[in-house]
Ligand binder design. Sequence first.
Ligand code: ADP
Ligand code: MG
Length: 344
Amino acid sequence: SKDKASPRIHILREAVFKKIAAGEVIDRPASVVRELLDNSIDAGATDIIVEIEDGGLKKIVVTDNGSGIHPDDLEICYLPHTTSKIETESDLMAIRTLGFRGEALSSISTVSITKIYSTYQDNTEGKYIILEDGKIKEKGPVGLPRGTRIEIERIFDNYPARKRFLKTPATEAAMCKKVFLEKALSFPDISFKLIKNGNMEVFLPQSDMTERIATAYPTIFTKSRIRTLEEKSGNISIKAVLLSPSFPQRDRRNIYIYINGRNIQEYSLVQAISYGYREVLPGGQYPAAVLFAEIPSGEVDFNIHPAKKEAKIRILPELHSLVSKTIHKELRNWLMPTSNARSS
Ligand code: ADP
Ligand code: MG
């Protein structure tokens, strides 16, 4: 009714707006795994270990042998908008790292107890900080080889609205594993371990791309069932691992898309892959495939989704047609090699 005054505007308290911002980046343990893996990969690590307890609800630990964090930087790395990866607006046009927003550690430490241990480059001693509610509670020296170890405990204990939406530890663990595998797929040079409740769940040793895919998804991309293709056109180059259409899938869940090393959800490219299989798979059956596309960094903007799961690709039509055409041709050669056989 008319006499009921509408509430006046006020600025949200920091504790509230920080949680709102954090919630966009971190919505479950799997988002922590995703962000910490990104950081370890960006740090040039060759060995990364992810440990989760109770689906990450109890604990998430990521240890790497990367560059480490400078002891002075350690005291600011968890603040909002702090990053070593970009500096100017023009850097946004040429993102080469997985991270660039300077939001992950800030968001994670807002919704958990976060412990960061790091030994920078050739330093003989490391340093640690313990963060609670996004503030330093404790700090000191630590003996640790070069690299970084980040421990996350009590996730969302201070954010009940979010905690209520978490699933069972088993389901959260499955989501952590999914993120882990998707991330590891495009970095075969890095060794990844996933330890679940103290037991080795997945070990992906350093290998090549085909081997990595076969090791990460041993029930789908079995070596004898796959074929690899590479193609280049203009400033686009693609690599793909294709599952033989003799092993059709019931849905599109095993079609993975990577642009410049980053796993994204891009339906039109999933569709391009399906289209490449159109002659060999009847309706209702779907392929399994992994696509890695490399395009100039100025042609893609990853800055449209807080979790960077989506991207704007300027040359999407060209990429789409290259993908479907190349797959179509490759499948013909694979399945109907008679014409080649005759001529050789
Ligand atoms: P972003 O990755 O977008 O830069 P983050 O909040 O994820 O932002 O991390 C902030 C900064 O902390 C990074 O830019 C990086 O300098 C440092 N950092 C975080 N994790 C690591 C790590 N595992 N190894 C080395 N440096 C790290
Ligand atoms: Mg990051």
